[in-house]
Design a protein around this ligand. Structure first.
Ligand SMILES: *[C@@H]1O[C@H](CO)[C@@H](O)[C@H](O)[C@H]1NC(C)=O
Ligand SMILES: *[C@@H]1O[C@H](CO)[C@@H](O)[C@H](O)[C@H]1NC(C)=O
Length: 334
C-alpha cells in the first residue's frame, strides 16, 4: 500500500492497485452474486483507406509532469514521430518530434512505435492533434484540472471481450479526467497481435484522456529459452513517466495530478528479487463482477470510491464509500 506513514503530508495519497480491489466489495456483502459468463473476444482491425495507407493507430496519451502530455502511436512502416497540436480544430500551430522504436517477440515484429511530448499545456483545456503529419485522422483530448475536484476512472483485468467493450462505453459516459489501470491490460497472453487489437479497442478513449497504467501477471510474457525478457510488449507499448518520479522501472512509478499523488504499483514488480504477492488478507469481501470504479476527489481531505458493476450492459452502482485522508485526522496535527 502507498499509505505507509501514520500522518502523511497534506496531499491525498492514493494507493491504487490494492485499494481498488479491496474497497470495491467491502460493504457489498449480505447478498450473493454470481458473475455472469465470459463473453467472446473481439478483434479490432485497423481500417485503412488503401494499401498505401500508413495512418496512425493505437493512439494513447499519458500525463508527463504537470504540464505535458505524452502521446504514443503506431504506424505499420516508417513515419515521422511528429505530433502537431493546437487548441482549435484544424489549426495545429505547435509541434514536436519524439522517438521511434519497435520490438521483436519470437517471430512477431511490432510496427513502428512512436512517442512524442506535447506541452506546456493549459489545464482543463481541449486540444486537437494529428500524428505523423497524417491529415486523415484528427484526435482530441482534454487536460485534467489544475486543482480539485478531479475524477478518476479505474479499471483492471481488462482484456478485450464483449464485456470490455461494454465497460468502455460506461467509462466513456462517466466524464472522467484520468484513467487508472492497475494491471492486466490486453490479455494477449504471448499472442503479440492481440496487443495491437487491444490498442485499437481502447484508442477512442485512450486518445482523449490520459491513461495511466501499470502491470500484472498477464504483462510478463516471458518464455524460458524462447523469450527470456519480461514485460517486452508492455514496456515498449505502454511506457509510463517513471523516470520523472525517480523510479528506475516502468513497472512502478508515481505522479501528481490536480493535488492528488497517485502511486502505481503493479503486482508483478521486480524490486524484490521476485514478485510482490498481493496481500489477500486485507480483502474483507470480494465480488468477482465485471465493471469499473470511479474515484472522485473533491478536495485534499475527502475522496469517494464508487464501484459500477456491469450488469448485463447496465452500469449499476453496487457500492460506494467515502475515504478521508489521514492528514485530516486531528491526532496527526501537532
Ligand atoms: C496558436 O493558435 C492559437 C489560436 O488558435 C493562439 O492562441 C496561439 O497563440 C497560437 N500559438 C502559436 C505558438 O502560434
Ligand atoms: C471536502 O469535501 C467533503 C465532501 O464533499 C466535504 O464534506 C468537506 O467539507 C470538504 N472539505 C473542505 C475543507 O472543503
Amino acid at each position: 500500500m502507498g499509505v505507509s506513514r501514520a500522518c502523511p503530508d497534506r496531499r491525498l495519497t492514493v494507493a491504487m492497485a490494492i485499494l481498488a480491489v479491496t474497497i470495491a466489495g467491502m460493504f457489498a456483502g449480505g447478498h450473493s452474486y454470481s458473475r455472469p459468463k465470459a463473453r467472446r473476444n473481439i478483434f479490432v482491425r485497423h481500417i485503412k483507406a488503401n494499401s498505401e495507407d500508413n495512418s496512425p493507430e493505437q493512439v494513447h496519451i499519458s500525463l508527463l509532469g504537470k504540464e505535458s502530455m505524452k502521446v504514443s502511436w503506431i504506424t505499420e512502416s516508417e513515419a515521422p514521430a511528429t505530433v502537431e497540436y493546437g487548441t482549435s480544430a484544424g489549426v495545429y500551430n505547435r509541434s514536436s518530434t519524439g522517438t521511434t522504436s519497435s520490438y521483436r517477440y519470437m517471430i512477431y515484429r511490432s510496427g513502428q512505435i512512436h512517442e512524442a511530448v506535447m506541452g506546456p499545456l493549459e489545464a482543463n483545456t481541449n486540444y486537437h492533434y494529428r500524428l505523423s503529419s497524417d491529415p486523415s485522422r484528427d484526435f482530441t483530448f482534454k487536460t485534467p484540472p489544475a486543482e480539485f475536484p478531479i475524477k478518476f476512472a479505474v479499471v483492471g483485468d481488462f482484456g478485450q471481450t464483449e464485456w470490455t467493450k461494454s465497460t468502455l462505453e460506461h467509462v466513456s459516459r462517466s466524464k472522467y479526467d484520468v484513467l487508472l489501470l492497475p494491471g492486466d491490460l490486453s490479455y494477449a497472453n504471448y499472442i503479440q497481435p492481440r496487443w495491437d487489437t487491444f490498442g485499437r479497442l481502447v484508442e477512442p478513449l485512450a486518445s482523449q484522456r490520459p491513461w495511466m497504467v501499470t502491470q500484472g501477471n498477464h504483462e510478463v510474457e516471458a518464455i524460458p529459452v524462447l523469450h527470456s525478457e519480461r514485460f517486452t510488449a508492455y514496456n515498449a507499448r505502454w511506457r509510463m513517466p517513471f523516470e520523472e518520479s525517480g523510479s528506475d522501472s516502468n513497472l512502478y512509478y508515481s505522479f501528481d495530478v490536480a493535488g492528488v499523488h497517485v502511486i502505481m504499483l503493479g503486482s508483478y514488480t521486480d524490486f524484490d528479487p521476485g514478485y510482490m504477492e498481493p496481500k489477500k488478507a486485507i480483502s474483507i469481501f470480494r465480488e468477482a463482477s465485471f465493471g469499473h470504479g470511479q474515484l472522485e476527489v473533491p478536495n485534499a481531505t475527502h475522496a469517494r470510491w464508487l464501484w459500477h458493476r456491469n450488469d448485463n450492459d447496465e452500469a449499476v452502482v453496487a457500492d460506494s464509500v467515502w475515504l478521508t485522508s489521514l492528514s485530516s485526522n486531528p491526532r496527526c496535527k501537532n
